[in-house]
Design a protein around this ligand. Structure first.
Ligand code: KG4
Ligand code: ZN
Length: 377
C-alpha cells in the first residue's frame, strides 16, 4: 500500500489544526461509522459513533459467515454513514478526511467499507486514510483519555491476541502473540461447546458470575516459556471435553468460571513478562499499560491486568466498554493521528485481509497461523 505525505512532507501544514474525520469499519460483523474531531492540541471529541451489529444474521450459524457479513455491509453502510453524519450534526463539507479500515479482516467486508470510503473521498476531494484495524484498537483507549506514546499494549479480540510496544503512530514492536487461537476466539468456541449463544464471550462472562472456578482443573499453556506468546487451543480442547460430560446447570457455570479464570491467568502471566521486558527497553520512561479489543470488556480479565499494573508500577487504561469491541470511532482517530502527521493514502489503496502491525516481526517470527480474520499477527 502506498501513502503520501501532505505538502512539504513533514505534515506541518495540518499538525496545528483541528481535524474532523469520518471513520468506517467493516472488517468483521459490525458495520460502523463515526465522526471524530481531533483538536490541534490532541484532545479528542467523538461527535457520533453508530455500530450496526449483524449478530442476528450470524447467530443461527454459531459464528460469522463471511458471505452474509459482506452482503450485510453492502446493505447498511450507506444508511449507517448517513446516521453518523446526522448524529454529528455535520455535512460532508465539514470533514477534513475519511478513514476506512483496509484490513486485516474478512476481505469481502473490508472491500465494502474501503470502497465506500474511497467514493466519499473522491466525491468530496478529501484525503483517504486506509487504516489498519489493529491500529484502531491500539488507539481506542486514547478516545477517552490522554495516554501519550509510548505504551505497552495487550490487544485481545476475536481475531487477535498480542502484546506490543506502541512507540508512536504506526510504530509498533511485537513482543508476543498467539501461536494458535486468539483469546476471544477461545471464549467464543468454548462458549459454543457450553451451549451458549454467539457471540460467546459476553454470554460466558455472565454465566461465570454464578460459578466456582475451583471446581475444574484446566491446563496451563506454555508454562515456563521465556517469551510472551499465547496458546489457547489446549484449553479449548480440555474445556470441550469437560463440557460434554456436564449434565447440570451449576457445573456449566463452574466450568465457565474456570475457563474465564484460565484465560485471564494466561493473559496476566504473559503480560507480566512483557512488562518486565518493556521496562528494560524503556528505561527512565513513564510505564503505561493499555488493554484493548473485545476481550478488554471482560471484568475478570481487566481485574487480573490491573493487578499486573500494580505489581509492576504501570498505569492502567482500557477503552470505555462501547469502544472495546469493533467501532468506527477508533478507526477515525487512527486516521486523524496519521493525517495530523500529513500521512494519507492513494485511492488505489488495497484491502489487506492479513496485515500485521509489526510486519518485520511477523515475517521473521511467523508464529501465527490462519485465523478467522487472517493472520493473527
Ligand atoms: O474487537 P472485537 O469486537 O472484534 C475483533 O476485532 O475480533 O472482539 C470481539 C471478541 C469476541 O470474540 C467476543 O466474544 C469477545 O471479543 N468479547 C468478550 C466480551 N465481550 C466481547 N470476551 C469475553 N468477555 C466479554 N465480556
Ligand atoms: Zn476488532
Amino acid at each position: 500500500m502506498t501513502f503520501r505525505l501532505l505538502q512539504d512532507g513533514t505534515g506541518s501544514r495540518n499538525r496545528m489544526t483541528d481535524l474532523t474525520l469520518l471513520g468506517l469499519e467493516t472488517s468483521c460483523d459490525e458495520t460502523a461509522a463515526a465522526v471524530v474531531r481531533r483538536r490541534a492540541d490532541g484532545r479528542v471529541e467523538i461527535l457520533s459513533s453508530i455500530v450496526g451489529s449483524q449478530i442476528a444474521a450470524h447467530a443461527p450459524y454459531g459464528g460469522v459467515v463471511p458471505e452474509i457479513a459482506a452482503r450485510a455491509h453492502v446493505e447498511s453502510i450507506d444508511g449507517i454513514t448517513a446516521e453518523a453524519m446526522r448524529a454529528a450534526g455535520l455535512t460532508y463539507a465539514d470533514l477534513d478526511g475519511v478513514a476506512a479500515t483496509a484490513g486485516p479482516g474478512l476481505v469481502g467486508g473490508v472491500m465494502v467499507g474501503l470502497a465506500f470510503g474511497k467514493a466519499v473521498a473522491l466525491a468530496r476531494s478529501l484525503p483517504l486514510i486506509a487504516v489498519n484495524h489493529l491500529e484502531g484498537h491500539a488507539v481506542s483507549a486514547r478516545l477517552a483519555a490522554d495516554i501519550p506514546y509510548p505504551f505497552l499494549l495487550l490487544l485481545v479480540s476475536g481475531g487477535h491476541c498480542q502484546l506490543l510496544a506502541v512507540e508512536g503512530v504506526g510504530a509498533c514492536k511485537r513482543l508476543g502473540s498467539t501461536i494458535d487461537d486468539a483469546a476471544g476466539e477461545a471464549f467464543d468456541k468454548i462458549a459454543k461447546s457450553l451451549g451458549l449463544p454467539y457471540p460467546g464471550g459476553p454470554a460466558l462472562e455472565k454465566l461465570a458470575t454464578t460459578g466456582d472456578a475451583s471446581k475444574f482443573e484446566l491446563p496451563r499453556a506454555l508454562l515456563g516459556r521465556e517469551d510472551c506468546d499465547f496458546s489457547f487451543s489446549g484449553l479449548k480442547t480440555a474445556a470441550a471435553r469437560q463440557a460434554e460430560k456436564i449434565t447440570d446447570e451449576q457445573s456449566r457455570a463452574d466450568l465457565a468460571a474456570a475457563v474465564q479464570a484460565a484465560i485471564a491467568r494466561q493473559l496476566s502471566e504473559r503480560t507480566d513478562r512483557a512488562m518486565k521486558l518493556y521496562r528494560e527497553s524503556h528505561p527512565d520512561q513513564p510505564l503505561r499499560f493499555v488493554v484493548a479489543g473485545g476481550v478488554a470488556a471482560n471484568g475478570a480479565v481487566k481485574a487480573a491486568l490491573r493487578r499486573n499494573c500494580d505489581d509492576n508500577g504501570f498505569s492502567f487504561d482500557a477503552p470505555p466498554l462501547a469502544y472495546c469491541t469493533d467501532n468506527a470511532a477508533m478507526i477515525a482517530l487512527a486516521g486523524a493521528e496519521r493525517l495530523a502527521l500529513g500521512i494519507f493514502d492513494d485511492l488505489d489503496a488495497v484491502a489487506r485481509p492479513r496485515w500485521p502491525l509489526d510486519e518485520a516481526a511477523a515475517l521473521s517470527h511467523p508464529s501465527n497461523s490462519f485465523g478467522r480474520k487472517g493472520a493473527k499477527a
